[in-house]
Design a protein around this ligand. Structure first.
Ligand SMILES: [Zn+2]
Length: 166
């Protein structure tokens, strides 16, 4: 067995798509060992990089984890400017009596985590009263995460951006 002291970055053949959609724990990426050239599967973890050991020759390597497609709302601030799918529960809704905009909060601490917001003129696309129909629902929300007053926000302009899971 050849030992390599330096930890090198190896080629990661990321196969995204159908196998990478879910939030579940059973996601893998295929890593290619830079020493023996064989492929092996690495479970995806919620970290930027992980150190792995080739099961064929024992060589250690540091590999980059793929950026997740589906994230929890509490991680949204890490992805400002990016299109993401948020999975979580709308724990609280609020309709601003002045603007009539509807705020969907996926964390009760909206002052820290921000909100998903539907503007008053778009309420009709969401059945008129999304503050009632979406409260308490587990959802997937798709959209671009933007910064609003220092906190993450997604503007919902189309009902296709929300999928109610339960
Ligand atoms: Zn190897």
């Amino acid at each position: 067995m050849k030992t390599v002291s330096a930890i090198l970055v190896i080629t990661v053949l990321v196969s995204l798509g159908a196998t990478m959609g879910a939030v579940g724990q059973d996601k893998f990426i295929n890593a290619k060992c830079f020493n023996c050239g064989k492929l092996y599967r690495v479970p995806v973890q919620d970290k930027e990089t992980v150190v792995v050991t080739c099961p064929h020759c024992g060589t250690k390597a540091k590999i980059k984890m793929p950026e997740p497609t589906v994230i929890a709302w509490e991680k949204a601030s890490k992805y400002i400017g990016k299109e993401k799918v948020i999975e979580g529960k709308i724990v609280k809704t609020y309709k601003d009596p002045r603007s009539n905009n509807v705020y969907l909060n996926l964390n009760p601490d909206y002052k820290t985590y921000g909100s998903v917001v539907i503007k008053s003129e778009d309420l009709g696309k969401f059945g008129g009263t999304p503050e009632a129909t979406l409260e308490g629902k587990k959802v997937r929300v798709k959209g671009k995460i933007v910064e609003h007053k220092g906190k993450p926000r997604i503007w919902l302009t189309d009902s296709g951006q929300v999928e109610v899971l339960e």
